[in-house]
Ligand binder design. Structure first.
Ligand code: ATP
Length: 346
């Protein structure tokens, strides 16, 4: 029934061929629609992310932004990262088949519950740190750590998985930094903002910017994996007290937020008002440090008094060490791009 509804609403989409049935809509993002699919034979569930190739044409050339997402995902295997299964091309569409993560986004939990109990947040923090450590050791920066990109795989024991590598990039050495502006304002590290130089030089903002204008300009200085550590700290803050560390109000919300993050120290009172432990406040304060170089790395975070005695809900014994040469993480990149372009292209 769902499949025929999908056919008539959207026209010529992939119907899953001989292997899969489309059994439900999981959600829509800025670039993709994600469906639940099921193998016809065993009835196993997967998620299929559908992307319209026509949205990636620039000046007549296919600009596959998601090419990087796929190439990153297909090489990752970690208990706290959504597992890539396969990719399928169909006419205008590309389908990224992934592990199905059944309990939705942490963002939805925040909307439903306001805040998450500290013991659960400790567990989430530990797992996201394991995922970030895995990524960063491979020179991969996620760049979009937010509650919408953390999916809940199991409730008891609590297990979460990081998803959505659409904005990730791979760097192969420490000198190569990421220069593309991205991420979500609420959780974005200050150095990612285009006008950061103006603010840090003490002159204050020369003028106020709207969110759209800010987001369309590249940042002036390079930034690296420590942007993920700020975002991680901002997410933990939000989960614990139900409010993000930086906010803005009204029509001018984007500009206000930008101004606040540049000029105001983060206020930790909302955490204390919620009765959150001082160890948690200290943990977050270290991450929300304006100086990227001073932010702690994952190993240090895992040894912090707030987390060091928290038991692991996942088994990390089978997690592989990164290859010595990080460039090998990008194997088959050309091959994969050709696959996309050849098959039934527009
Ligand atoms: P964005 O708008 O952040 O760029 P996107 O367009 O790439 O994202 P996603 O946010 O990745 O799309 O996915 C859209 C929705 O599908 C999400 O709300 C999420 O709940 C759901 N979803 C994504 N991947 C899975 C999965 N593996 N299992 C279950 N649900 C998923």
């Amino acid at each position: 029934q769902f499949a025929s509804m999908r056919e008539s609403t959207y026209g010529n989409h992939w119907n899953g061929g001989s292997l899969y049935n489309f059994t439900g809509l999981l959600g829509r993002g800025a670039f993709a629609t994600v469906y639940r699919i099921q193998t016809k034979k065993e009835g196993d569930l997967y998620a299929a992310k559908e992307l319209d190739k026509r949205r990636f044409i620039k000046n007549g050339v296919l600009d596959l932004k998601f090419d990087s997402e796929l190439n990153i995902m297909k090489n990752l295997k970690h208990p706290n990262i959504v597992n890539y299964i396969d990719c399928h091309n169909y006419q205008h569409w590309i389908y990224i088949l992934m592990e199905f993560v059944p309990y939705g986004e942490l963002a939805q939990q925040l909307r439903n519950r306001g805040a998450i109990p500290e013991a659960d947040v400790q567990q989430i923090a530990k797992q996201i740190l394991h995922a970030l450590d895995y990524l960063h050791r491979r020179n991969i920066t996620h760049r979009d750590i937010k509650p919408d990109n953390i999916l809940i795989a199991s409730l008891n024991p609590l297990i979460v998985k990081l998803s959505d590598f659409g904005l990730s990039k791979c760097v192969t050495d420490q000198e190569t930094f990421l220069k593309t502006f991205c991420g979500t304002l609420l959780y974005c590290a200050p150095e990612v903002y285009p006008d950061y130089g103006n603010y840090t030089q003490g002159s204050g903002p020369k003028r106020r910017r709207g969110l759209g204008e800010a987001a369309s300009k590249p940042p002036p200085s390079p930034y690296d994996q420590s942007v993920d550590m700020w975002s991680f700290g901002a997410v933990i803050f939000h989960l614990l007290c139900g409010k993000p560390p930086v906010t803005g109000r009204g029509d001018d919300r984007g500009a206000q937020m930008l101004n606040n993050i540049m000029t105001k120290e983060v206020d930790f009172e909302p955490l204390r008002q919620e009765g959150i432990s001082e160890a948690a406040v200290d943990f977050i304060a270290r991450l929300l440090n304006r100086n990227p170089a001073s932010r702690p790395k994952e190993a240090e975070c895992l040894q912090h008094p707030w987390l060091r005695d928290v038991p692991d809900n996942c088994n990390y014994d089978d997690v592989e060490e990164p290859l010595a040469d990080a460039e090998n993480q990008l194997e088959d990149i050309d091959e994969l791009s050709e696959d996309f372009v050849d098959d039934d292209m527009i």
